[in-house]
Design a protein around this ligand. Structure first.
Ligand SMILES: [Zn+2]
Length: 84
C-alpha cells in the first residue's frame, strides 16, 4: 500500500530516507517503505549525522518506524520512566 506519507516529493530535498542497513542484506530498502533509494545507510548513519548537526535530515516516516522498533517491549509512563 502506497500512502502519501511515502511520497518523496512531500519533503524538501535535504530530507533523506534511512536504509535498513547491511545486516539483513536490504541496503537499498528504506525503513518507511518508500521506493526511493535511501541516502542514509542505516539508523546509526542517520543518528550520527543528526548528532553532528549535518545538513541532511532523516525522513520523519523512517524515524517513526525506527523509533517504534527501538521501543519494542518498552513503554514509558507519565513520569517518563521506562516500563517493561
Ligand atoms: Zn523514509
Amino acid at each position: 500500500m502506497e500512502s502519501e506519507t511515502n511520497d518523496p516529493t512531500k519533503y524538501p530535498e535535504w530530507v533523506r530516507h534511512v536504509g535498513l542497513g547491511y545486516q539483513d542484506g536490504s541496503k537499498n530498502v528504506a525503513w518507511c517503505g518508500t521506493t526511493e533509494r535511501p541516502f542514509f545507510q542505516d539508523a546509526s548513519h542517520a543518528a550520527l549525522n543528526g548528532r553532528d548537526g549535518g545538513h541532511l535530515v532523516a525522513c520523519p516516516e523512517c524515524v517513526k518506524e525506527i523509533h517504534k522498533a527501538l521501543c519494542n517491549g518498552i513503554s514509558f509512563g507519565d513520569d517518563g520512566k521506562a516500563k517493561f
